[in-house]
Design a binder for this molecule. Sequence first.
Ligand code: ADP
Ligand code: MG
Length: 480
Amino acid sequence: MTAEHEKVWKNCLSLIKDNVNPQSFKTWFEPIKPLKVEDKNLTIQVPSQFFYEWLEEHYVTLLRKALDRELGVGSKLEYSIIVDNSNTNARNPHAYTINMPTRNAGYNNKNEVGIPLNVNANIHNPFIIPGLKKINIDSQLNPNYTFDNFIEGDCNRLARSAGFAVANKPGGTAFNPLMIFSSVGLGKTHLVHAIGNRIKEVSPNKSVLFVSSEKFVNQYVDSCKNGNNNDFLNFYQLLDVLIVDDVQFFAKKEKTQEIFFQIFNHLHQNGKQIILTSDRAPRDLKDVDERLLSRFKWGLSADLQVPDLETRISILEHKMYEDGIKLNAEVVEYVAHNIDSNIRELEGALISLLAQASLNRKDIDLDLAKKMVKNFVKNASREISIEYIQKLVSDYYSLSIEQLKSKTRKREIVQARQISMYFAKQLTKAPLKKIGMHFGGRDHSTVIHACQTVSDLMDTDRKFKSDVEEISKRIKINTF
Ligand code: ADP
Ligand code: MG
């Protein structure tokens, strides 16, 4: 028979699991042991003080929800912390009681890697706002995302400064709509929240609303079901600033596009500000009505790019500063160097590093960072694609991908092409035929020949070998 406390905790975990990403779940929740449940008090054991603080700081809302659901309102969570001294099994005699969140209530902390809590008690249904009083609109803005902590770099300069201009004069610049686009984890959501927060700061009376496209669609569908889509329309047309995140989600949803088109026109004509994000440029949005697309192009579209090493280091340093952590420069540089595609992953890596150091009671040094990067990437299990290999190899030899795929028989290009094929064979599951297709439609025997040539040259040509090893190192992050 399972003990009561184990049952309670197991149920809590299942809710938590749905609301945090797998990496964080593994890092922060798996090491927790339930100890006992008495009245409405659940006691859990955590591996260190640091763990306790981290949970309090980042997951208090979620824990609160889970606990209330299991034990009812008024339940308490107590922590038993394994004390960090000679007797590692000694329990801290002072149990900590969970605090109700005082800030960021209902928001996923930004360290949590971007999965919105769906147990959010603070999200108000826009339809039940009494009398549609502007002032009462809950902006749904995450106060953690500001301009101050949005680090500037070449990768985001245009978008950031356009955003700043809009924030200071919503509806009063040429950037209307302002469309921010990029692939995932590069700061779109952060930036648009920062704009919203800044507007609330500069013009507290403006009604600002942040909404994900997904939620917008759901609200609209509900309003149709409930026969109150006029209220829906009125509500949105009342806003001073409308921020819609991830509009690519509108693709193929014709009815939603239609209503959004109306809202867009109404707001725009009345000098209200519209801010949008998308995972691609407007011209690449598929299955979105032409009329709407042309509206998207009216203002300014600015993209966010992958930050360079220097910016990645600044971002890490800033995060460390915010969390009160000190790491030596070598470690920071190592992490920033190796995790290079996405800021969300970069933050995840830092968190993972802290957790491991805390769990193993070790200082964070380069060794630990190396292990973590290896693990982290394994957990993230990024698939290596042939395109990715082509990109790295062509970057290495300062060639274009077109050259790599071309028919040219220039020696250096042939060699780069063969090396790419060699890695494609080694590191992806693609069959020979498919690899050949990726290189301008060559056949499988060409690929076999390339692999053979590379192996042979590695045995005989030192310079060649060291080139291949260097490229391998660059791909390495993905090969564990
Ligand atoms: P997207 O919406 O493009 O997928 P997010 O806005 O969710 O990306 O950003 C992912 C994470 O990276 C967030 O935690 C965010 O705070 C952080 N981030 C992105 N860009 C920056 C930046 N320039 N400075 C600091 N943190 C950033
Ligand atoms: Mg986003």
